[in-house]
Design a protein around this ligand. Structure first.
Ligand SMILES: *Cc1c(COP(=O)(O)O)cnc(C)c1O
Length: 233
């Protein structure tokens, strides 16, 4: 089956618009992160030429290699777990690091960012369902972690991220997204110093419409744009 990238992109955009309309949120405020992991640079280039501006990768090394040959200007999102030994490269490349889930990695990011004279934007990853196989802090741990990071001068907490469990029926993710949105709003309203609660990153190919309906303003979509990956991760 030939894949029509342009048709896929416009379908995803259309569905985001529809979901945004349901929650009364302007669709222009929702950032579509095109998840290109495992796909070649040529596909990234085509996606950028279709107007996608935000690229998501889950491995630092893969992103680094691709960035060296992508002759386009994009915003880079690290959506996967970050190991402390990859922090230097991550900070040099990524505009937003989505998966901060410990003081340890956040302190390492802050340190690397300070060395570069950069303020690194990050999101805190929340494991709402408490799945053993996923990274992220529990709902109860979010605020204490944010409080302990807000004093770091080269790191800025810009919101929250979650990966919902996979359900055949995406409706089942709704309570998780709702919990995340509530948590996000609570923290935003607290105006914790040196934080900037701008982004709620949730929703993937299977569930991004539900996520947007529940208040996501950043969705990370791979398969629905680029087709199935050669292998899963
Ligand atoms: C792979 C991945 C995505 C995209 O998944 P699709 O189901 O292909 O849309 C989104 N977020 C994270 C963290 C991922 O690892």
């Amino acid at each position: 089956m030939a894949m029509d990238l342009a048709a896929n992109v416009s379908q995803v955009r259309e569905r985001i618009k529809e979901a945004a309309r349901k929650c009364g949120c302007p669709a222009e405020k929702i950032t579509l992160v095109a998840v290109t992991k495992t796909h070649p640079v040529e596909m990234m280039r085509q996606a950028v030429d279709l107007g996608l501006t935000d690229i998501g990768e889950n491995r630092v090394q893969e992103a680094w290699t691709k960035a060296a040959s992508l002759d386009r200007q994009v915003r880079w999102h690290l959506i996967g777990h970050l190991q402390t030994n990859k922090v230097n490269r991550a900070v040099r490349l990524f505009d937003l690091i989505h998966a901060i889930d410990s003081e340890k990695v956040a302190f390492a990011v802050n340190h690397a960012a300070a060395a570069l004279g950069k303020i690194q934007d990050v999101l805190v990853q929340v494991n709402v369902a408490g799945e053993k196989t996923k990274f992220g802090v529990t709902v109860a741990e979010v605020k204490p972690l944010v409080m302990s990071l807000c004093g770091l001068s080269n790191l800025r907490v810009c919101g929250l991220m979650t990966i919902a469990p996979y359900y055949n029926d995406p409706e089942q993710t709704r309570p998780i997204f709702r919990t995340m949105h509530r948590l996000f709003c609570e923290l935003r309203e607290e105006n914790i110093s040196h934080t900037h609660f701008a982004w709620l990153s949730m929703g993937m190919s299977n569930d991004y419409m539900v996520a947007v309906e529940e208040g996501a303003n950043m969705v990370r979509v791979g398969t629905a744009i680029f087709g199935a990956r050669p292998y899963t991760r």
